[in-house]
Design a protein around this ligand. Sequence first.
Ligand SMILES: Nc1ncnc2c1ncn2[C@@H]1O[C@H](COP(=O)(O)OP(=O)(O)O)[C@@H](O)[C@H]1O
Ligand SMILES: [Mg+2]
Length: 365
Amino acid sequence: MTADATLPIVDGYELIRPVGVGSLGRVYLAKHQRMNRDVALKILHSHVCERPEIVENYILEARAVAKLSHAHIVQGYDAGEDNGHYFFAMEYLSGGTFSDKLAKDGPIPVKDAMVYLYQVASALAHAWQQKIIHCDLKPANLMLNERGELKVTDLGLAHFQSDTTDVDSASSGRRVVRGTPHYLSPEQIKTPDDLDCRSDLYSLGATFYHLLTGKQPFSGENNKAIILARLKTSPQPIAELRKDLPKELSKLIDQMLEREPEDRPQTAEEVQERLLDAGLDPKEAGDMAAAVRLAQTRSSSKKTQPKGKTRTGITRTGMNAAERGHTDIHAHSGRHQTPVKLYYGIAAGLALLMLFMILYALMTA
Ligand SMILES: Nc1ncnc2c1ncn2[C@@H]1O[C@H](COP(=O)(O)OP(=O)(O)O)[C@@H](O)[C@H]1O
Ligand SMILES: [Mg+2]
């Protein structure tokens, strides 16, 4: 087979065909020759490469993100430069993006949405443990592999984007905002250098609002209007657009889209916990560890709780907050009480022995 002369040449890879184009680069299906496996090779656009400091940082960041290993985060393999091409090689995902899926099949079923939301939250929780935030969560950065498993892509690489919107307003000051206008958090506009995982939770809410209703949470005649709308207005409650949502799910999504970070769920784990409380079976989300913990908690609470009492507040550790506190206190006292008593006993015994010895010495003197 002769190589397609229009495709870039990157040492170690056989480029097969382009599969997509984004703001930073073009993505190709390629074969990693030594490992003989399919990869997605993102080659940065030449205009991006004109700024060497950005490119070098992108490569460094891509290498850092590739260290993450999680069932729902695309696996990065390699990043570097060859023949003037800056590239990032990652797991090839043949199932397409969720924006393609939405365009093809329409809004996703409720049950699937709960499973996917749980899985993305689990990926974000894992990334945040390493203090990595996504910053550009959107349907186009959620993809499916050949087995239909969800993977989050472009984690931690959003701030290198070259797509920008000039925002100039009384509330935000004059600044350039990077990222996809529909899903940005208010703080990405106001304080882009001071973000935490709650910013991703806003974008997660916006992403699933779109996937469940087919409608973006904010609209406007241009990117700037769309971006600024979230600083002043709230989206239409999702329950008005999608009648079959369980109340807990519509409340959760509306809350993720709160303007103030303090009014949102505070962690991705809390989002997972609330989905379990809304009735999601963790087995369906592939979280077998959570399923086992949930079963254990259920059987122990069956033994101790009066009939009819329901479980609330299951966390990833499989216990609600009260149970965790209870267990912690017991673990603490259980571990320390016995040795402390033993030490007191030994000390008292020694004191008595010494008293007898002194008395004996006095009597025999
Ligand atoms: N790991 C991958 N496997 C297969 N296709 C991919 C992969 N990553 C991206 N793509 C394809 O390339 C397109 C552009 O991706 P990307 O450059 O990340 O765009 P964006 O900047 O909008 O996130 C995607 O829409 C998708 O079709
Ligand atoms: Mg992408």
